[in-house]
Design a protein around this ligand. Structure first.
Ligand SMILES: Cc1cc2nc3c(=O)[nH]c(=O)nc-3n(C[C@H](O)[C@H](O)[C@H](O)COP(=O)(O)OP(=O)(O)OC[C@H]3O[C@@H](n4cnc5c(N)ncnc54)[C@H](O)[C@@H]3O)c2cc1C
Length: 481
């Protein structure tokens, strides 16, 4: 250990930019064993590991780095999977630069340990060697004479919060049924984050293992429509709501409802649906000719994406892969203030995306009912003395960008669903579900976690909620019967 003085930080190799923009395959390779061990050997094994404290899952990072350095893969896998339900996924998509790696003691001078890449390496290498997560046998509800079966939990939503809760409940031997309105499990891991950041097979692999462990998954089952609240309360001891925040924010300008202005999530979802189709039917003639995402034929078009976060980065990079003529990202603050991962911003620049900072949309210019240009106003930022908080000010300068299509990536809020009222569940003024410290909503048998209670946030915080809520749910189940 302590090799940081002689070994530089390295990242996993990236695919060549001219190749990778032709498809949706993952950009980053996984470390080879020698590289992972070498990089892990840089860790100082701090007495107070800030990386661990900053991780929302409080992963025991120095411990599994040490085992990676010593090439004890089994122990590294056990330690890494103890606190996280899918480390190989979060190793790929967490914004490590602002979480564990941002807090690494080596970050300022020598370069932080490549924690995310090593996290992914440990599980991927272990899976290759046939090591799989293990679960206890679930007490079978069919054995029970009581049809109410209060020991089972219903989870609504199969994103990171739902999958994490399912993992940790199953690990405690508690039966779980999951209800998902979509036709595939994974939430935004499947239908938001593009395949070039996270291969969908990696999400499905975890879902399959959960099903093997006893999870009963009901796809295309919408809570409040196909599934009634009362039925679930009758049948299950507790409900965990992990329904995410899927309502795309509006910009509030005239012309926003034009048919060529889209919400980011609609665009990304349709691209992924199309890609699933392509995968399932490679030999199909229509596929060979290149079927388009249902509504989005963007080839050779000039597209503007408004927003500067992870969702905007995913849109601009998907647009490049769809063969647009040009794609510009319009953000009203400066580069330093971009809220998403710096790594993905750099990748977007490499892939040919043009960034236009300090511009705030003011008006959609319409022609024949469609947007043909976006008028923007120049902004500037005034920093406080700590150079952290900045105040946005507007200048008297305006520009126009021609556009065939505009995508809005401005954030998300929780969709209001009637069934929450039926359950007596309180929400705050932003529409987020209110919970207490035990993740319990105003209905004591209904818990909630992830984006639906925090507002749109991160996969890792949703995952932490799912894990921590599962402990509280288990406590409640013990009091029932
Ligand atoms: C485009 C995009 C890119 C992102 N990139 C990153 C990233 O790189 N790194 C990162 O950490 N985070 C990223 N995020 C954020 C992250 O994906 C979310 O914070 C996380 O997925 C939230 O998890 P969740 O389980 O709370 O909700 P979701 O992942 O949204 O899952 C909610 C699930 O509930 C289902 N559902 C909703 N209502 C019902 C109902 N009534 N009945 C049944 N099912 C229902 C939905 O279909 C969905 O499957 C990104 C988000 C977006 C939109």
């Amino acid at each position: 250990m302590l090799n940081f003085v002689k070994i530089d930080r390295t990242n996993p190799k990236k695919r060549d930019v001219l190749q990778r923009i032709k498809d949706y395959k993952e950009v980053y390779e996984v470390f080879a064993e020698y590289k992972a061990s070498e990089q892990a050997s840089r860790c100082m094994q701090c007495g107070v590991p800030y990386c661990h404290s900053k991780c929302p899952l409080h992963n025991v990072i120095p411990s599994w780095l040490k085992q990676t350095w010593q090439k004890d893969l089994e122990l590294a896998f056990a330690l890494s999977n103890e606190t996280s339900p899918f480390p190989e996924i979060l190793g790929k998509i967490c914004p490590h630069d602002v979480l564990c790696e941002g807090e690494c003691s080596l970050n300022d001078d020598y370069g932080a340990i490549s924690i995310g890449a090593i996290e992914t390496y440990i599980s991927e290498k272990a899976f290759k060697k046939g090591i799989k997560p293990s679960f206890p046998k679930i007490a079978n509800s069919k054995d029970s004479k009581d049809s109410k079966n209060s020991k089972k939990v219903a989870i609504i939503g199969s994103g990171p919060a739902g999958l994490s809760a399912a993992t940790f409940l199953l690990r405690q031997g508690i039966g779980v049924e999951m209800f998902e309105r979509s036709n595939k499990a994974g939430g935004l891991l499947t239908y938001g984050i593009p395949n070039f950041k996270l291969d969908k097979k990696k999400v499905q692999r975890r879902v399959t293992w959960l099903e093997e462990a006893g999870l009963k998954l009901h796809l295309s089952s919408e809570f409040g429509k196909d599934i009634k609240a009362k039925d679930l309360l009758d049948k299950f001891g507790a409900i965990f709501l992990a329904i995410g925040a899927s309502q795309g924010a509006k910009i509030g300008l005239n012309g926003e409802d034009a048919t060529n202005v889209y919400q980011a999530i609609d665009f990304l979802t349709q691209i992924q649906e199309r890609n699933f189709l392509l995968e399932e039917d490679k030999e199909n003639k229509q596929v060979k000719e290149g079927i388009k995402a249902k509504d989005f034929d963007v080839k050779d078009k000039s597209v503007l994406v408004v927003g500067g976060g992870d969702t905007a980065m995913d849109c601009v990079r998907s647009l490049v892969r769809e063969g647009v003529k040009s794609v510009k990202c319009i953000y009203r603050r400066d580069e330093k203030s971009m809220p998403g991962s710096k790594k993905e911003f750099e990748n977007a620049k490499e892939e040919g995306v043009e960034f236009c900072f300090n511009l705030s949309p003011k008006e959609f210019i319409l022609k024949d009912g469609k947007v043909c240009a976006l008028r923007v106003q120049k902004t500037s930022l005034v920093y406080d003395k700590f150079k952290k908080k900045n105040i946005l000010t507007y200048k008297d300068e305006y520009f126009e960008f021609l556009a065939d299509m505009v995508i809005l990536a401005l954030g998300f809020s929780v969709k209001k669903i009637k069934v929450l009222d039926e359950l007596g569940i309180k929400t705050n003024d932003k529409g987020n579900i209110q919970i207490n410290e035990q993740f319990q909503t105003s209905n004591s048998r209904v818990f909630a976690g992830g984006d639906c209670q925090r507002g749109a946030h991160l996969a890792v915080t949703a995952t932490a909620d799912g894990r921590d809520a599962s402990k509280e749910i288990a406590k409640l189940l013990k009091t029932l019967d």
